[in-house]
Write a protein that binds this ligand. Structure first.
Ligand code: THU
Length: 130
């Protein structure tokens, strides 16, 4: 099975847990670590809108909090296919290679767009001195 076939259903299931009463835009993310373990997340909004956390960072922090550190694939499902926001791209770049494959789809699974982290975010902030 290809990684989108495995991860997209997990992302779609995760989106069902989204807490998105303000935007009503539910997003699910599924991240596979180097051992093939799948971690999921959904967006979690707040009445103070800026405190909202995207599905991608929830999935990543879920994984990190369980000890995972390196990741080999990401899938996202939303009402329409969306790419990760800039903040999530920077955070993903901390733990994923630029070659990280990313599959994007909508909740109906009408079509899958394949891309990779380096295409979406070619020059993450990095420092040798920090
Ligand atoms: N959102 C995500 O969870 N991931 C994305 O890639 C784009 C945006 C969420 C944040 C907010 O809860 C809602 O979608 C609308 O922006």
């Amino acid at each position: 099975m290809s990684f989108p076939e495995v991860l997209l259903p997990a992302a779609r299931a995760a989106a069902k847990k989204a807490y998105a009463p303000y935007s009503e835009f539910t997003v699910g993310a599924a991240l596979m670590d180097e051992n093939g373990v799948i971690y999921t997340g959904c967006n979690i909004e707040n009445v103070s809108y800026g405190l909202t956390v995207c599905a991608e960072r929830v999935a990543l922090f879920n994984a990190l909090s369980q000890g995972a550190r390196r990741f080999i694939a990401l899938a996202l499902s939303a009402a329409e296919p969306v790419t990760p926001c800039g903040a999530c791209r920077q955070v993903l770049a901390e733990f994923c290679d630029a070659s990280l494959p990313i599959a994007l789809t909508d909740h109906q699974g009408s079509g899958v767009r394949l891309t990779h982290l380096g295409a979406l975010f070619p020059e993450p902030f990095a420092s040798e001195t920090l």
